[in-house]
Design a protein around this ligand. Structure first.
Ligand code: ADP
Ligand code: ZN
Ligand code: ZN
Length: 818
């Protein structure tokens, strides 16, 4: 009799697919991409994905029977399985790793899964079958259950289908750590106080204000605005229409003439208002659009190099319209942090409910919803606007992928596996769908620009800002000299203070940028120089003034701030350093009558911290915003006129071969936040090293010079994009073990790759979470086969794992580790 088997992907790192035995009728019913519950090991149950159905019994073991089929139709399509396979091969990880990253956790029920009752309104219990009811009941007495609890309650093995049905009936949900629902935006509105509702009262008021003409103007403008639109008037709108500064409006509110209030505005759900027609492109945009279309005829990937505020988004929008009219789907990829309400709203205004959003702030339920909409090619998901992981959605007919801010490092996943780069993977995804990919940036990554130069990618430039807004004027301030001449107040040069004073006087806003890296405020004893260290990692703890804590940024260890030195007992502790917190303090002391806020990991960690700060800046409730990297991403603030970069040197000196490229990108992106309207923006960069080539290139916005100079270095030192790179990290809690292991590993690699192996070397922070690290780097010349290189590494890795002493050493392979 013929036997039937399936190969399945199990969401754990197994080298091979696992084979199970099925019946003839199951073989008839099953299709690749369906979920099947399978037993694994002694007592575990996993949700697996069918990869292949066949008649070949496994050789090394007896195939077990499956527990249960979980789907009627595939939830993963053939194109996705092809992509998963590519990722597993290219990034040297298992299909299980890819599956875990690709599927919303709501799809992966397993023995470790914890289920809870859904907190929303109780459901109609009559829809529950008996076994479902039992579980639902149990959750009234116990806040959560694991799968094996369910097994015990029902006294049967195959419980995943019951759980799955309960989820579908919205009776229970899968517990997760991050549950953050997208937050409605609070918009600030203003109205005339009720006291002045009658015409007489208003007349009296206007007479009273005759000696304050600016205030009088504001009141009149508000009056005519409400009459005209018959809608609530936003504070921002009033300020814009009346050309009044925020302080005038504030004065009126303080006097009780105007009243401010908030209305909730939903950011995610599209409310079904009429969609706008898309904008009319100017001639530069028109030309860029035509060039992109031409480039697509010969290249499936095209790079659009367009300066900040040139209107790249509007060009994308036209391309999207085209693709939609052919009945195809669009994926619009953005770094997580650039996925702002501003952009979401902009696209929803054009495309209405066809836009679906996918990012990490979504709960698994919401992700499953988007997943299903994409899978069913629903009208609600013709355009997916998403972060890194949206490349995993079940598209069936993609026509276009846009990768905006393609230079952004956050497209690369560093941990855990798959260590994929979403931009590079999206190009493979586009090829699978025979779709086009457009990479956009004002400061392209060297690798993309290099590919364009090599004619591997098409290339289009958009070098003029929309409406001919001038590029900001960038000035370098030599803080070395300023210090000698005693013209620094704390971290502020006299030039910066001058410009800030001027800007604030004119009623404009300011952004101050402080690089996050390398500038953690460290606590040091003034007497003996001792700095408190993390107990698990080789790093000094950083001081968080706000919570009066010392924290480790690597493992989360924290302790209360010390009062005396742990080493010598001296009470003189210097909490120097130069974090955003310190800058914020100094600004507050310098500009007492202005509103200062801070945007960094600490202030945005809270549920909606990031959104709140952005809204406040938009609404002009903040005069000066101090922030880190987060500020650089695709935000459009009309009233920001001055950007101050507090210190350029720590970016430039960062020990990484991309430090110069990144500094250039970062500084130009932050500069792009200044003066996005008719008034020319100003950027001040404080540095000890104003003659540094990168700073010269930033101040003249000279991408080409930067590119050529950096490429020279990359050739000379054999770095990407000239060479490819694979990094191998070994970790173990015993220092000697990792030392011996990494020497063995590097020696074996050298036998094959000779001089192209670097290390083993301890990274700058050699111990993290009590694990010692060693890195080995392999440089791969372009003409060397990448596939063969990986084969050789895998062979060495396998022999490594066969050495008994090394089995407990953790090995991490990272392809394109930059
Ligand atoms: P980029 O993405 O290149 O930084 P944006 O697409 O955000 O630039 O455009 C900058 C600003 O110019 C936005 O406020 C946008 O609405 C406006 N803009 C761009 N193109 C047009 C156009 N063709 N018509 C009207 N406004 C435009
Ligand atoms: Zn001391
Ligand atoms: Zn630590």
């Amino acid at each position: 009799m013929k036997q039937y088997y399936i190969d399945v992907i199990i969401p754990i790192p197994l080298k091979k697919l696992f084979t199970y035995s099925i019946t003839a009728s199951e073989a008839d019913f099953l299709k690749p991409g369906m979920r099947v519950a399978v037993p694994f090991g002694k007592s575990k149950i996993y949700t697996s994905i069918v990869y292949e159905i066949h008649n070949n019994a496994p050789v090394a073991y007896d195939a077990k029977d499956i527990h249960q089929i979980l789907d009627e139709t595939p939830i993963v399509n053939a194109k996705q399985l092809e992509l998963w396979q590519w990722i597993a091969n290219y990034y040297m990880c298992t299909m299980g790793d890819v599956m875990r990253a690709a599927l919303p956790s709501g799809f992966i029920l397993e023995s470790e899964t914890v289920i809870t009752k859904r907190s929303i309104a109780p459901i109609d219990e009559s829809i529950l079958e008996d076994d479902e009811f039992l579980i639902y009941e149990a959750l009234h007495h116990q806040s959560s259950l694991k799968v094996h609890d369910v097994v015990n309650i029902l006294d049967k093995k195959n419980v995943l289908p019951v759980i799955k049905r309960l989820i579908e009936k919205e009776a229970i949900s899968v517990e997760e750590e991050v549950y953050e629902k997208y937050k409605p935006k609070l918009v600030r509105y203003v109205k005339l106080h009720n006291e002045y509702a009658s015409n007489e009262a208003l007349q009296v008021l206007l007479d009273d204000l005759s000696r304050a003409p600016k205030q009088r103007d504001v009141v009149l403008t508000l009056f005519s605005l409400s009459a005209k639109t018959k809608k609530p008037v936003k504070v921002a709108e009033l300020a814009h229409e009346s050309q009044a500064s925020n302080s005038i409006i504030k004065a009126l509110i303080d006097k009780g003439i105007l009243e401010a209030y908030f209305i909730q505005k939903d950011r995610v759900e599209y409310l079904g208002e009429n969609t706008e027609t898309t904008k009319h492109l100017n001639s530069y945009q028109e030309q860029a659009l035509a060039e992109v279309k031409t480039a697509f005829k010969s290249h499936s990937v095209t790079l659009l190099h367009g300066v900040t505020s040139s209107g790249k988004t509007e060009v994308y929008v036209k391309l999207i319209e085209d693709v939609l009219s052919q009945g195809k789907q669009v994926l619009y990829l953005l770094p997580e942090i650039a996925l702002t309400a501003q952009l979401i709203t902009r696209l929803q205004n054009y495309f209405g409910e066809q836009v679906a959003i996918f990012h990490s702030k979504y709960s698994t339920n919401e992700r499953v919803e988007v997943w299903n909409n994409v899978l069913n090619n629903s009208n609600k998901a013709q355009i997916v606007l998403g972060a890194r992981s949206s490349i995993f959605l079940p598209f069936n007919d993609l026509g276009l992928i846009i990768v905006d801010e393609e230079h952004e490092q956050s497209f690369k996943q560093f941990d855990p596996a798959p260590r994929y780069h979403a931009r590079d993977t999206s190009i493979v995804l586009a090829n699978i769908h025979k779709a086009k990919a457009l990479l956009g940036s004002a400061t392209p990554s060297l690798e993309s620009y290099f590919n364009a130069q090599q004619n591997k990618y098409g290339f289009v430039e958009l070098m003029y800002r929309y409406n001919n807004v001038l590029m900001p004027d960038i000035e370098l301030v030599d803080i070395n000299e300023k210090q000698k001449k005693k013209r620094m107040k704390g971290h502020f040069s006299d030039r910066l203070i001058e410009e800030m004073t001027e800007t604030l006087k004119e009623g404009h806003q300011i952004i101050l940028f402080q690089n996050r890296r390398g500038f953690s405020p460290i606590v040091e004893c003034k007497t003996c120089g001792h700095a408190p260290q993390c107990t698990n990692c080789d790093v000094s703890l950083t001081y968080h003034q706000y919570r009066q804590q010392l924290r480790c940024h690597y493992c989360g260890y924290h302790a209360v701030m010390i009062k005396t030195c742990e080493a010598c007992g001296s009470p003189e502790i210097d909490s120097k350093g130069f974090g955003t917190e310190q800058i914020e303090e100094e600004v507050k002391a310098l500009f007492t009558e202005y509103k200062v806020a801070r945007m960094d990991l600490d202030t945005t960690r809270g549920k909606y911290g990031y959104e709140k700060i952005i809204t406040a800046l938009e609404q002009q409730d903040i005069d000066i915003l101090v922030g880190t990297q987060m500020l650089t991403k695709g935000l459009d603030f009309r009233n920001v006129k001055l950007v101050g970069i507090m210190n350029a040197d720590n970016m430039l000196n960062f020990p990484d071969f991309r430090a110069h490229e990144r500094s250039f990108q970062l500084m130009l992106q932050v500069s792009g936040r200044a003066g996005r309207t008719q008034e020319r923006g100003k950027v001040l960069i404080q540095t000890y090293n104003p003659h540094h080539n990168i700073l010269q290139q930033v101040s003249t916005n000279n991408y080409i010079d930067m590119f050529q100079e950096q490429m020279n270095d990359r050739y000379n030192f054999k770095y990407p994009p000239v060479y490819k790179q694979i990094k191998i990290t070994l970790k173990h809690k015993d220092y000697n073990r990792v030392e011996t292991a990494s020497n063995w590993y590097a020696k074996s690699l050298r036998q094959v790759f000779r001089g192209f192996v670097l290390g083993p070397e301890a990274p700058p922070i050699a111990r993290i979470r009590n694990q010692f690290h060693k890195n080995i780097l392999i440089k791969i010349p372009k003409q060397q086969s990448l596939a063969k290189t990986k084969e050789a590494i895998i062979k060495i890795n396998n022999s490594f794992l066969n050495v008994k002493d090394f089995r407990s050493v953790k090995v991490i392979l990272n392809v394109d580790n930059f």
